[in-house]
Design a protein around this ligand. Structure first.
Ligand code: ATP
Length: 342
């Protein structure tokens, strides 16, 4: 593991912002750190960076314990959401900043800045000041400035939060390609699940100071370990009484469960003929999703969601329907399993 974190604890007053967080990251991976506001993402990043001292726990970079190594000597580059560029400095001087501090020679600085201008596609903008740049260009300057001193680990805290949706999407794919090209180990904080799923090799989900799960986006989608994770990645409905559903009577009466829309088939009453047990319910709401309808149906006291092909007869609120639940994800004490109908 290139980066290894063991049992990291940080409290503010009585509040535990990082609760025994442990994880390992291999070299060159792009990790999305995802979670709700106040979950502890920034606190983890700041401890890694050396801007915050953990109450207990250890941080190893490339096998070396760095707890007592000051921020500027950890070999880490950062880009923060509000990490303003130096307003009185040109793009060139902003990028050169870290190199000047390292007292590199003028020739060396020139060569490195040119390389980064090229890498970040900022050619021709060297002499501009930050207020003469677009938001996307500014973020790329911040990125180039962070990379200039050749860090081994890059930490990005919501780098695109202040940028509008379209440019943000472009920046995401640009970031992914650029990081792949340099091969730098990167942790990327976001509270946007689409951004994390699209950009990251692996995702870590933090909530209430705890690391709930770490894995590839597909793994987390398919095997969420907690109802919280299931709700955070992808669409899901939560079921309070899974054992009361037809086909799932054998399940633990007190188990928690969720269903994904793709696990459910909703048909007009009489449309679905199957030997499996289907529930009868009614339609609460219908949303147009572009390539399908999303149907919200009510079965007893529980509500479920499903997609319905545009080719089928449209359903409307109030219609009596059949609801066939093919499978559920059941949770039990930090474990989950998929249960099939029948
Ligand atoms: P966001 O997405 O809103 O940035 P986050 O997941 O990054 O949230 P953190 O900023 O790590 O969350 O904060 C975690 C918790 O720790 C929050 O409840 C926050 O109020 C608290 N906290 C963070 N820094 C401090 C501090 N310096 N003093 C007191 N409390 C703090």
């Amino acid at each position: 593991m290139y980066l290894e974190v063991k049992q990291l604890v940080k409290t503010f007053g009585g509040y535990t912002a990082s609760d025994r967080v442990s994880f390992g990251i291999e070299k060159g991976r792009l990790i999305g750190l995802l979670g709700p506001s106040g979950g502890g993402k920034t606190t983890i990043l700041r401890m890694l960076a050396g801007l915050e001292t953990p109450d207990s726990g250890e941080i190893y970079i490339d096998g070396k314990l760095v707890n007592n190594v000051p921020a500027q000597r950890r070999g880490i580059g950062f880009v923060f959401q509000s990490y303003a560029l130096f307003r009185h400095m040109t793009v060139y001087d902003n990028i050169a900043f870290g190199l000047t501090i390292q007292k590199r020679s003028k020739r060396e600085i020139q060569a490195r800045v040119s390389e980064l201008i090229e890498l970040t596609g900022l050619n021709g903008l060297e002499k501009r000041y930050p207020n003469q740049l677009s938001g996307g260009q500014r973020q790329r300057v911040a990125f180039a400035r962070a990379l200039a001193p050749e860090p081994h680990l890059l930490l990005l805290d919501e780098p695109f939060a202040a940028i509008d949706a379209k440019v943000r999407k472009e920046l995401r794919s640009w970031l992914r390609a650029t990081i792949e090209r340099i091969g730098i180990t990167t942790i990327f904080v976001t509270h946007d699940q689409d951004e994390a799923v699209e950009v990251a090799d692996e995702i870590m989900i933090v909530n209430g100071g705890r690391l709930e799960q770490k894995g590839t986006p597909i793994d987390i989608y398919k095997n969420p370990l907690t109802p919280f994770v299931a709700g955070f990645i992808g669409e899901s409905s939560r079921l309070d009484h899974p054992a009361s559903l037809k086909g799932f009577e054998d399940e633990l009466p007190d188990a928690k469960a969720i269903i994904r829309p793709e696990f459910v088939e909703i048909g007009a009453y009489g449309e679905i003929s199957t030997p499996l047990a289907a529930e009868v319910g009614f339609v609460r709401d219908v949303f147009f999703r572009g390539n399908s309808w999303q149907i919200e149906a009510q079965i007893g006291s529980q509500s479920v969601s499903a997609y319905r092909s545009l080719e089928k007869t449209p359903l409307k609120a109030g219609d009596k329907v059949q609801v066939l639940i093919h499978r559920l994800i059941l949770f039990n004490d930090k474990q989950s399993r998929i249960v099939e109908n029948g």
